[in-house]
Design a protein around this ligand. Sequence first.
Ligand code: ASP
Length: 338
Amino acid sequence: MKTTRRDFVASTVAMAVTARSLHAGNDAQTGPGQSSLPVVVSTWPFGKPANERAFALLLAGGRPLEAVEQGIRVTEASANPSVGLGGIPNAAGVVQLDACIMDGVGHRAGSVAGVEGVRHPISVARRVMEKTPHVLLVGDGARQFAVAEGLEVVESDAHERHAAWWKQRAAERAAPDTPGSPRGNHDTIALLAIGLDGTLAGGCSTSGLGGKLPGRVGDSPIIGSGLYVDNEVGAAGATGIGENVMRYCGSFLVVELMRQGLHPNDACMEALRRISRQDPKGTALGVSFIALDKHGRYGSATAGQEFQYVATDRGGSELISSPGLGPLVRVPEGGNRR
Ligand code: ASP
């Protein structure tokens, strides 16, 4: 692992990215109990406060699962325009949230999709995992579950808005959206953590694609697509156009490539190569992966969009510019497309 880490502030981000982009990811193998653990990685520059919350818990001996939940709650509670209740609305003007969490210990997972008016979808996902025999709850069922669990919800007029929108759409005889052409802004926090004991966990939270069809669910809450964790190998997470991840079980693919011995950087890149070989969009996927293996090594790759992620270890937090496949479309600083 690189030892020349430094804390960064917004004004130094560009410099840090330039310095790091030539050797993105880390190399040295570490293991449980070694001083270079714990490690946290997350998508986009806005992941830094989430990483630092998660890292502090891990350093104090906390479980990766707890660190992931608490880290992602930081982003959900912030004014982030792509995560949590402040996120981007769907076509009817309603914010519908997707989230999941996965614990490498026991290979457990929980998800919520298309849930409205819930303050912390990541916490609902964790309760689904821990308190039900299920993996995924959707829509109003997920919201009612959150209420029953005593989790924070806000009033929602989603039902009326959706009804009005579908009525208007029918009246206008609107053409369906062109498949594969999502509109608007979007981003996800995907956060992966390895603890002092070498166990792993991960989570995702997002409002999904801006202007999406009501009811659309992206890759983020789908285990194996937006997130996958396997304690024997490592963890991977995705951000970008979910449809281009879901059709290939993207995060599962990255973990399986690490199982074959690839470094996290190479596993992410090889997954994107495989997807782009088959996909009609080629390398213009608008998809980025991050990965963290059981040795604490991490990396990423991106196709069709510029992408940066944040790695946090004992040396501090660092913003890392992802290696890219094909031409990359610029994404404004901060990660959120405006
Ligand atoms: N993957 C998310 C989705 O498709 C959006 C994003 O990460 O940009 O819902």
